[in-house]
Design a protein around this ligand. Structure first.
Ligand code: NI
Length: 276
């Protein structure tokens, strides 16, 4: 089964949009669509974007929801530009190593695997065969790949008609070369590995109230191996890994959103056009 690019035929949702002035964000949010609209969308496009985040500590000044906020914002920007539907964000991820800090909510790897597996199978059952996961948290990567493998196996064993055509792809916005280059340019070594100024900058752009948390912080502990939540907190007492989030600002956040969305839009376009 082919998955024609929505851009090749204009917005995949243009036939269902009541007026040209309809808000572009509302148009691509699955939450705001009716099932007949989704059914009509599937006649034009088999692609869907799934934002995947985490709910975990982000240092003494960063929001607990940073990874979910950033993944959803990048996903919605990619959706607006491409016309591809965006599901609700999966805001809980694999954050076991952050559980030493209050506010963190983690799914065990097996739980996250089951959640992602079921998401993919639900979407595939209705004909979506290009599942594009936009991820905001490094700790989700291994489990997401395992979930994709399990979903492929289940699609086949359950006899889904599009099992052979099903493709799942993981896109980590913070690892897009353009986003990494911008982080290097703006922050150098101070980008660090957790509670990074690049992700904090996006949250400041999205939620101006977060600016009031920003303050200078002491030199962070350097990044290194970690072995569970107690070890993490012992090595990184304030939750940061080598980063200086005080360097972040909302204007940077807008730039990160733009470069990440540009890179991922290109990647998504190729993914939609890949032959089954
Ligand atoms: Ni993060």
């Amino acid at each position: 089964m082919s998955s024609p690019s929505p851009q090749a035929e204009g917005s995949a949702l243009s036939a269902t949009a009541p007026t040209p002035a309809e808000d572009a964000t509302a148009a691509i949010r699955l939450q705001l669509r009716s099932w007949p609209e989704v059914e009509r969308y599937l006649e034009r496009c088999r692609g869907v974007i799934v934002p995947l985040g985490s709910t975990e500590q982000h240092g003494p000044t960063g929001a607990i929801g940073t990874d979910a906020l950033t993944a959803e914002a990048v996903a919605l920007e990619v959706g607006r530009r491409s016309g591809v539907l965006v599901t609700p964000v999966q805001a809980f991820g694999m954050a076991e190593h952050h559980l030493g800090f209050p506010g963190t909510i983690s799914l065990q790897p097996a739980t996250l695997l089951a959640v992602l597996h079921d998401l993919v199978l639900s979407l595939a059952r209705h004909g979506f065969d290009r599942i594009y996961v936009i991820n905001g948290h490094g700790g989700n990567i291994a489990t997401t790949r395992a979930a994709f493998a399990q979903a492929h196996a289940s699609a086949t064993s359950r006899g889904l008609t599009n099992a052979a055509a099903l493709r799942c792809k993981l896109a980590n916005w913070f690892m897009a070369p353009e986003a990494m280059a911008l982080a290097r340019e703006l922050y150098g070594e101070k980008e660090g590995h957790h509670a990074t100024p690049s992700e904090i900058a996006i949250t400041l752009q999205l939620e101006p109230s977060l600016q009031s948390k920003q303050r200078p912080l002491p030199e962070p502990a350097p990044a290194g191996p970690i072995h569970g939540p107690e070890d993490f907190r012992r090595r990184h007492p304030d939750g940061r890994m080598g980063s200086d989030p005080y360097l972040a600002c909302a204007e940077h956040g807008a730039r990160f959103l733009d470069v990440a969305a540009t890179a991922l839009c290109r990647d998504l376009e190729q993914f939609l056009q890949e032959p089954a």
